[in-house]
Design a protein around this ligand. Sequence first.
Ligand SMILES: [Zn+2]
Length: 314
Amino acid sequence: MVKQINVLTPKFTTHADGSNAVLFMNELVGEQDGPTIGLSASIHGNENAGSQAMLELFRVLMDTPLKGRIRMLPVANPRAMALNRRFTPLDELNLNREFPGNASGTYSQQMAKAISDHFLEKIDLHIDLHSGTDRPTVDYVYILNDEPLSRAFGSTVLYRPTASKEGTSFDGTTKAVTVDKRGISSVVVELGGGIVDQTPYVQRTVDGVLNMLRHKGVIPGDVKPQPKQIVVNEIAGIRPTQGGWLEPLCPALGATIKKGELLGRVVSPYSFQTLEEIPTPYDNGIMILSHLSRNLVESGDYGFMVGNMESATD
Ligand SMILES: [Zn+2]
């Protein structure tokens, strides 16, 4: 059982209103020795499904036999979450591109340094929970350096970034510390979002993380068998080039979509004209991110993500 809960609140700076800027972490200490598992969420402040899942996980894990420790950073970017923003409002930076951070840099850079020092450097395994926002919904898991652990989450679609893409899009993520510097097992989960009830996504996240913990032997119980899984190594992100109502026409997340089918269309809320039809990019694709309802978008917002099935593997 959990024998102790340590609340850790290291301060990294002072806000202009006089309040302390702290990292807020809960550390569950098990009765037996074992590794320290790190769970983080809301590093992007408008992706809070993971923070909700962490609340549920905390309640479940309180009554679960535990080997080692689980260090939870449920809200990595509090000011961004409070305003439902992807970027930190104080400096408009993407916190997840600023690692390992800089103690004498901007607010986000200082926060990244504190997260590196007090969280990423203190754990033996990292699970970082991301999601869609209150517009798009997403469903996939990254394979970084521990494929069995990524698979244990139980999602049907996994993504193994290729080396060339890694160099550009993932510089400055938490991976800079966990994978590149320290070499600890790391998984990034992308699940949830949209103007729909988040309960099923939160529950899947809870179930997935618990299964990962069983897989690593830190909580008891049998590892649940995985569904049929597909690993893509090429994902196209498609953004609307016009603002307006984005009407989804694509199949459900995890379903296949063929060349010639439309992902969606942008319709003017004013003239009711179709401003843009958005085709799927691959001969044979699989849906990874989309809008589940008619949502108002700006030109260039997140629209759709499609994985390429031609180069996918089991
Ligand atoms: Zn994110």
